[in-house]
Design a protein around this ligand. Structure first.
Ligand SMILES: [Zn+2]
Length: 181
């Protein structure tokens, strides 16, 4: 029953939307792509639709996800990048054979042959934001149970939470309750 899966947290940045398929990493973590089928669902809503996904491909995807998380977290903290995780990101980026195509409406779409191609697009997206190729700054969510790396594109670069609707609200509520008590 698909309806029983935790829903996705989709942001505007592909690589960090992908790492957000596992949330609350420092608390009671929530796995949002627990099965290959659920990864297929996530890829579809992320513009990277594939026909199918094997358990081995699902493993590759989660390995890439945790590697991006490790690299992005180190980058946000100003720490040296973890070599093993960098290797995984580079490997997946190198193996993808997706093609960017332009639609008649002037939009970019990805032509994807399978999961490896989709992972290549995600890995390349992660490389772009870690390497500073895009306007924005990597930061870590202020929620102690989350600490997700997110890409801050606000003008002041002062965003504190990966998502206002979840971590931001929870923190505000906690502070409010603390004050009341
Ligand atoms: Zn957060």
């Amino acid at each position: 029953m698909r309806a029983e899966f935790p829903e996705f947290r989709l942001g505007s940045v592909l690589a960090t939307s992908f790492t957000a398929t596992l949330t609350e990493r420092q608390g009671d973590s929530v796995e949002r792509i627990p099965t290959p089928e659920r990864l297929v669902d996530w890829l579809a809503v992320s513009g990277l639709a594939v026909d199918s996904c094997t358990p081995a491909q699902h493993d590759l995807a989660r390995e890439l996800r945790e590697s991006i998380h490790a690299v992005a977290t180190a980058a946000a903290a100003g720490d040296p990048l973890p070599a093993a995780a960098v290797r995984v990101v580079n490997d997946r980026s190198g193996r993808g054979r997706a093609a960017a195509v332009l639609t008649p409406e002037g939009k970019r779409q990805w032509r994807i042959g399978g999961v490896e191609d989709a992972l290549g697009v995600i890995a390349a997206d992660a490389i772009e934001i870690v390497a500073g190729e895009r306007d924005g700054k990597l930061a870590l969510c202020a929620s102690p149970t989350c600490r997700a790396a997110f890409f801050d594109t606000s003008q002041s670069r002062s965003r504190r939470w990966c998502e206002m609707n979840t971590c931001g609200n929870r923190q505000k509520k906690a502070r409010f309750n603390a004050k009341k008590a």
